[in-house]
Design a protein around this ligand. Sequence first.
Ligand SMILES: [Zn+2]
Length: 411
Amino acid sequence: MAVSVTDRFLRYVVIDTQSDAKSPSQPSTEKQKDLGRVLVEELLEIGVADAHLDEHGYVYATIPSNTSKNNVPVICFCSHMDTAPDFSGTNVKPQIVRNYQGGDIKLPGDRSQVIRTADYPVLETLIGHDIVTSDGTTLLGADDKAGIAEIMAAAEFLIGNPDIKHGTIRILFTTDEEIGRGVDKVDLKKLGADFGYTMDGGAAGSIEDETFSADAVEIAVKGVAIHPGFAYGKMENAIKIAGDIVARLPRDMAPETTKGRDGFIHPTGVSGVMEKANVSFIIRDFTEEGLKSKEALLENITKQVMENYPGSTYTFTVKEQYRNMKVVLDRNPEIVEYAVEAIRRAGMEPVRGSIRGGTDGSRLSFMGLPCPNIFAGGHAFHSPLEFVSHQDMEKAMNTIVELAKVWEERA
Ligand SMILES: [Zn+2]
């Protein structure tokens, strides 16, 4: 008997795998390997013979091809094992609301934690589902242990049903995604995949092939410092210059005033004394032109402010962070098209979306592994209200199986 995707999920969420941005090591926390070791053991058990944990805590494994066609591309399914540092992941006590009949869900461990239909209208689409939550004192870890359970269940299903033909499938479980280091130590040569899919999205049926493009900007201001008692007509206080720049930022171009496909300029840090000040920004947009025009705008604001301070100087440094993966995915449109087809075959209406952020996939895409993001079924990520439905995890597992089939059929 195959283990259900939810049984797997319940096993994984009780293992604490919180990552830690302050730790310089990889994995950032040793405990992430506790889950990695369990996954390797389970993969070996279901017959994935090469499953192993590497020194960075990644799990690599291969489901060998069982088709006579030798031109089926090698595809990779990827999920991350860590949970977000934003909320405790220690001692997770999963709860199951079986055959959910609508209404708010009160979490038993903390009466103040209620998953309200008003806040999560998606609940209306989950009537009759079995919904897994935490007890309200921790996050659940559906982000992204739902993805892991789905890939594991799909692996078991494919190996147990050899009549389903597929090419070589690589499995990759990463560490430290939540602290932005998920793919730092991935060995793409060893992985040997043509492209991949992260199973790390939200609602059933969704697929994301676009992320923000992202730069960081650092403005360093040098003012004119002088004893305040002798400052008349001479002092140019760098703190005030920095303040002037921030005050002139367009209000309709901020994270709190934009949504959908609009980008923003966002100050993330300021430090300074009279003599010098630094302001850090992140710039986000879906297009390269949008990114560049926002940077030009910011530099213009800086120049205008500096005109009032003739004795002061500034430097303006742009650092690339990541790029919209759509640029890469558009070169191989079938990667997303086949995923859309697989979602449809698994019984859902596909919904294509864009992420106001980055994923492991956005970096992998530019490292040479084009990698859109497929739903894993979870909601309210990084919070004690996190929840996922058993039926949606099954749909994600079926999507993986259908996707493997589509690639074999069309090769
Ligand atoms: Zn995630």
